[in-house]
Design a protein around this ligand. Structure first.
Ligand SMILES: Nc1ncnc2c1ncn2[C@@H]1O[C@H](COP(=O)(O)OP(=O)(O)OP(=O)(O)O)[C@@H](O)[C@H]1O
Ligand SMILES: Nc1ccn([C@@H]2O[C@H](COP(=O)(O)O)[C@@H](O)[C@H]2O)c(=O)n1
Length: 314
């Protein structure tokens, strides 16, 4: 039975590779998800109650008309509950069918910017998985843990209470109940995050939480490094955003006072670590659409994704 002493375990399902014979729970939220709050409503061995929901859904989910209420429950091949799979009728767009968009790519390729814009256009949720790895890294640094000590890093990850908002207009993150939006973007966290995200147990924990958030969303755009390959291999649309290293450094350095050369070096270091780690490295999914944005403006990239989505949802 789960107790509150290890709050981040089993929130949304077993870590990758662990099979317990039960399916992840579907939670009726759509807004803020606070991982790790297990209550005494824990159901059965190893099965948590729905994680705590700290804000109401922004908009109540619409009940489909009677003719469309006939649904079958679907489980994708990863075992993640995909919500209700709508009965498709020729020429009719099924608004209640779950839609998952996976956006991966190297640092500074525009994943966050584009994903938020696309999520707004779709009236969808938005999940920044990089923010989750950054939040764990923030806690690891806060606790003075050695970045080479995978066991201690894992213990920090298991013990922290991570709150992640999925509103594309106002994504926010909290660590142990305290807002950490600014802190997780600081240079110390950026320097250390690739070491923390390379720890397999940390990945297993966060991937399980990410899958549960996806499962609870009707429409969601998820961005990161392993979304199309690991987190949501059955996503409806997978996009691998890229841009030349020089352009990515130009974009990033224009955001702050750092020099182009220093920014380029930091991006190259992070890309190398993220794409060469053993666990779930940054990699384009075989069925992802590659979009090189070097010569494209933000609006053009958003429009291209919207056109791809029109084909997927037609
Ligand atoms: N197509 C584009 N044209 C010009 N600038 C862009 C484009 N896409 C994104 N940008 C800008 O590039 C910068 C980096 O974008 P963003 O933060 O979205 O990248 P990212 O892939 O999420 O990075 P990271 O993985 O490091 O979080 C931002 O300043 C953003 O406004
Ligand atoms: N799916 C993911 C997302 C991120 N990471 C790691 O987090 C770092 C920060 O990501 P940002 O998108 O916020 O820059 C990134 O460098 C990766 O180390 C990951 O491993 N998997």
């Amino acid at each position: 039975m789960i107790t509150g002493s290890s709050p981040n375990r089993w929130v949304s399902g077993p870590p990758a590779g662990r099979r317990t014979g039960w399916s992840p729970v579907r939670v009726p939220c759509g807004h803020t998800w606070t991982c790790g709050t297990l209550t005494d409503r824990t159901v059965g061995e190893g099965r948590p109650s729905a994680p705590c929901v700290s804000e109401p859904a922004r908009r109540p989910r619409r009940r489909p008309p009677v003719a469309r209420r006939h649904r079958r429950v679907g489980y994708c091949r990863t075992g993640v509950f995909r919500g209700f799979i709508g009965v498709r009728r020729t020429g009719v767009r099924d608004e209640s069918r779950q839609l998952v968009v996976a956006v991966d790519g190297p640092s500074g390729s525009g994943k966050s910017t584009i994903s938020r814009r696309v999520a707004q256009a779709l009236d969808a949720r938005y999940l920044d998985t990089g923010a989750m790895y950054r939040a764990v890294t923030f806690a690891v640094l806060r606790d003075g843990v050695d970045l080479r000590d995978a066991d201690k890093i894992t213990a920090v990850a298991e013990g922290l209470r991570l709150g992640i908002g999925t509103d594309p207009l106002d994504p926010h993150i909290s660590v142990d109940g305290i807002a950490a939006d600014r802190e997780i973007r600081g240079p110390e966290v950026t320097r250390a995050v690739s070491a923390v995200s390379a720890v397999p147990a940390v990945r297993a924990l966060l991937v399980a939480q990410q899958r549960a958030i996806i499962a609870a969303s009707v429409r969601i755009v998820v961005e990161g490094r392993d979304i199309g390959t690991v987190v949501a291999p059955d996503a409806d649309l997978k996009v691998y955003l890229t841009a030349s290293a020089d352009e990515r450094a130009r974009r990033r350095s224009s955001e702050n006072a750092a020099s182009h050369a220093a920014t380029a070096a930091d991006l190259a270091r992070r890309d190398r670590l993220d794409s060469t780690r053993a666990a779930d490295p940054l990699r384009r999914a075989d069925d992802a659409v590659v979009l090189d944005t070097t010569a494209l403006g933000i609006d053009e990239v958003v429009e291209r994704l919207q056109r791809m989505l029109e084909k997927v949802t037609a």
